[in-house]
Ligand binder design. Structure first.
Ligand code: BES
Ligand code: MN
Ligand code: ZN
Length: 507
């Protein structure tokens, strides 16, 4: 798909289809108003006859509209004007793209991007539009022998802005949106691949490929190297599987090497059977998604490289398959972690924290500016926040604030849960320094408490994406979240670094 930005009159666009919005109670958007005027009330006549009410999700394709250059006009319902917010804006773009893909034309010119969205600027609207377009057109059919062919697919989209002096802002927002979208697409593809294809070895190969195509440094540790380092809790999870574990290190060096890196750690369990604490069979296939944290790290590094962010970012991916083979770790086993702390593994299904704790100890040697881990860590997080919101816990309030803000800006939102010491009690073990589970109560918090015991040396935040990384049911599939949140977090850091630099120059 080709994208461009434009500013100009809707009636003068030589396009296969110009898309404008209609609010409920048949109120035309500004661009629709202009077309209506040029077309001698053609649109308002149609609305009066009752063919289009402006309800959200509806649309009406018009041919031969007089006084306009375009072959077609697509009216998209926007719902009530008073209630038109982020969600409604995104939905209107999705409706437009779905309809455009079914018309005979190859290109479309969207005026929906001109419609005001409360508190949001042009850059936000263009970024979101490009993300929604790519999301709407996404298909995962590489494992089907027959693909659904779109007869005349959309090839080119133009986003319109109201004023010429908005063009430059919109152009850079488009580039950002497309970079983030390509990171999301990578994360979705990896998530959707089944466990027999997307193994730890496959993830390591993907990281190498991403490294050479996007100029990232890549280092992969194999089992022997991890044994030498003493990553025993990570290795304890891999013991029950025939798939060898990998430890992936990816580097985006966008700034002076003296600048401390931002470190992102992604849980990469390519299939989580539960191990000896075997999961029930229902929906167990979905545990192929247990590497979505890892996928989001690969995705956001891809986006960061595309945007050439002036930051140093390191992505760390501990990746294993959790299986109940003959050599598997057993409930009650005690393992000495890389940190030296001993862990009593009371439940082998709480494996995410076991691979993360060694990764979080490993990153101390990178002298990080801050560390964010991303993990499909607890079913309890789905109970607490559903599939809408990512769980956030942190040992640093300003870092938590930054991530919450980034999520709001990206429309990929998170919510903070408390990481108070009072919860640490639940992790007491009679036989080791710490137990790997803390009982049924507050499962998301006690999982984060476990991790917090390995992150005392730096500013750290944890994102539990168990509810947000994929959708179940009829539309089963990876979402690519939280790539947008993470991308915005990095973009904000890059902006602040640039602001500090100009201040220094002035001083
Ligand atoms: N990968 C799961 C968490 C999960 C479960 C994510 C369901 C999405 C949907 C994780 O490894 C796990 O099994 N966690 C256990 C922890 C428990 C044993 C303390 C859980 O949530 O049940
Ligand atoms: Mn598990
Ligand atoms: Zn898991």
């Amino acid at each position: 798909m080709e994208f461009s930005i434009k500013s100009g009159s809707p009636e003068k666009q030589r396009s296969a289809c110009v898309v404008v919005g209609v609010f409920e109670a048949r109120k035309l958007s500004a661009a629709a108003e202009i077309i209506d005027h040029a077309a001698d009330q053609f649109l308002s006549d149609i609305l009066r006859r009752g063919d289009m009410e402006g309800k959200a999700g509806t649309s009406l394709l018009l041919h031969g509209v007089p006084g306009v250059e375009a072959d077609r006009i697509l009216l998209v319902g926007l719902g009530k004007e008073r209630e038109f917010r982020e969600k409604e804006y995104r939905a209107s773009i999705a409706t437009a793209v779905r309809q455009l893909n079914e018309t005979g034309g190859f290109d479309g010119t969207l005026y929906l991007t001109e419609i005001p969205v409360k508190k949001r600027d042009v850059a936000w609207k263009i970024r979101q539009a490009s993300l929604v377009v790519q999301e709407t057109l996404y298909r995962f059919d590489r494992l089907k022998s027959k693909k659904d062919e779109v007869r005349r697919p959309l090839r080119k989209l133009t986003f319109c802005v109201t004023r010429r002096n908005e063009l430059a802002t919109a152009e850079s927002a488009l580039a950002e949106g497309l970079a983030i979208a390509s990171g999301m697409e990578l994360a979705k593809n990896l998530g959707n691949l089944p466990g027999n294809i997307c193994t730890p070895t496959y993830l390591a190969d993907q990281a190498r490929e991403l490294g050479s195509s996007h100029g990232l440094g890549v280092e992969i540790l194999d089992r022997t190297e991890m044994e030498k380092l003493g990553m025993n809790t990570l290795l304890s999870v891999a013991r029950g599987s025939a798939e060898p574990p990998k430890f992936i290190i990816l580097r985006h060096a966008g700034a002076d090497e003296k600048l401390k890196p931002i470190v992102l750690v992604g849980k990469g369990v390519t299939f989580d059977s539960g191990g000896i604490s075997l999961k029930p069979g229902l929906e167990m296939d979905e545990m192929k998604y247990d590497m979505c944290g890892a996928a989001s790290v690969l995705g956001v590094l891809k986006a960061a490289a595309k945007m050439k962010l002036p930051l140093n970012v390191v992505g760390i991916i501990p990746t294993v398959e959790n299986m109940p083979g003959g050599a598997a770790t057993k409930p009650g086993d005690v393992i000495t972690s890389l940190s030296g702390k001993t862990v009593e593994i009371l439940n082998t299904d709480a494996e995410g924290r076991l691979i993360l704790c060694d990764a979080l100890t490993y990153v101390e040697r990178l002298d990080p500016e801050c560390v964010v881990d991303i993990a499909t860590l607890t079913g309890a997080c789905i109970i607490a926040l559903g599939h809408v919101t990512t769980g956030l816990l942190a040992n640093c309030d300003s870092l938590a604030r930054e991530l919450l803000d980034a999520g709001n800006e990206a429309y990929d939102r998170a919510w903070q849960l408390p990481l108070w010491d009072d919860y640490q009690e639940q992790l007491k073990s009679n036989f080791a320094d710490i137990a790997n589970i803390g009982g049924r109560a507050a499962g998301t918090i006690t999982a984060a408490c476990f991790l917090s015991r390995f992150t005392e040396q730096y500013h750290w935040a944890h994102l539990d994406i168990a509810g947000t990384a994929w959708k179940s049911g009829k539309e089963k599939g990876a979402t690519g979240r939280p790539v947008p949140l993470l991308a915005h977090f990095l973009m904000d850091r890059a902006n602040r670094a640039a602001q500090r630099a100009t201040k220094r120059k002035r001083a």
